[in-house]
Write a protein that binds this ligand. Structure first.
Ligand SMILES: NC(=O)c1ccc[n+]([C@@H]2O[C@H](COP(=O)([O-])OP(=O)(O)OC[C@H]3O[C@@H](n4cnc5c(N)ncnc54)[C@H](OP(=O)(O)O)[C@@H]3O)[C@@H](O)[C@H]2O)c1
Length: 251
């Protein structure tokens, strides 16, 4: 497939590298001068593109940028795309990092807000896996402890296509419901970056409690910020799982 990725950071890079390695034709963009972007794109096995071009002539566009950048995309960038182009939001709202967004502070579902900003339907995927999990956590289909990703959206066909890609990248998939249901996989929920199998993830999505996640999200970030060094993938998973049980992780 032809795939465009906006953002070559912690999430955009492993998505780009692994999808290109799986045989897809991937182009990427970021905010750097074109020479620097070209170097980055080549290191990922992909091609460089401007923001205007990265969404053109593709089957799928991934958005892997901080939330603050989404509201500042050029007007019409997404509105003019053909309906069949699948737009995937990998994002999570972190008020300490992103500009504070009133609608999200008041509880609007994050990807519903993104969909409104872009002026088109979107699919949410890969937001509930850590970047390192995406990079190196994939396993062959049928592996008993294979990690699962939750995919939400209102377009069943789009979800099936993204599920196929997730499988190629080494992950099982759970259908997390409609875009409005995607609050169940936002930061601070049991499904968020806890590296669960499909059976466990299905239960975790069910266990999410409306309104509870932001407080847990902020507690976890506070815990990470008190550390002298960045936590490893394994440490983050331990903290995320422990917080769901209302425990300190004792790391
Ligand atoms: N990190 C994780 O483990 C993780 C896991 C799942 C989901 N997420 C979510 O995925 C999203 C991206 O996270 P990340 O960790 O990949 O962020 P990141 O490492 O900070 O990378 C962000 C990327 O977006 C690019 N960018 C920013 N504004 C842009 C614009 N206007 N046009 C084009 N490119 C732009 C940046 O370009 P430059 O390179 O030029 O700065 C950078 O490549 C966030 O919402 C995050 O919460 C993160």
């Amino acid at each position: 497939m032809n795939i465009g990725i906006i953002g070559t950071g912690a999430v955009g890079s492993p998505l780009a590298r692994n999808m290109a390695a799986a045989g897809h034709n991937v182009k990427v963009t970021n905010t750097r001068p074109f020479a620097e972007l070209t170097e980055k794109a080549q290191s990922l096995g992909t091609s460089p593109a401007t923001l205007q071009d990265v969404v053109k002539d593709v089957d799928i566009v991934f958005i892997s940028v901080p939330f603050g950048a989404i509201a500042k995309f050029p007007q019409g960038l997404f509105r003019s795309l053909p309906d069949q182009v699948i737009v995937v939001d990998t994002g999570n709202y972190y008020p300490f990092r992103d500009e504070k967004i009133d609608a999200l502070e008041q509880g609007q579902v994050e990807s519903v807000w993104v969909s409104q900003q872009l002026g088109r339907p979107i699919t949410k995927a890969f937001n509930n896996l850590l970047s390192e999990t995406i990079a190196v956590g994939g396993k062959p289909e049928g592996t008993p402890d294979r990690i699962a990703a939750s995919i939400t959206g209102d377009d069943q066909h789009a979800k099936q296509v993204i599920a196929g890609l997730a499988n190629e990248l080494g992950f099982d998939v759970v259908d997390g419901g409609t875009l409005a249901d995607s609050w169940r996989q936002q930061p601070g929920t049991p499904a968020y970056c806890t590296e669960l199998t499909a059976v466990e993830l299905t239960a975790a999505l069910d266990d999410a409690v409306p309104g509870k996640a932001p407080q847990i999200r902020d507690q976890i970030i506070g815990e990470h910020m008190q550390r002298e060094s960045l936590p490893s993938r394994q440490e983050m998973v331990i903290v995320n799982r422990a917080r769901q049980l209302g425990k300190s992780s004792d790391l």
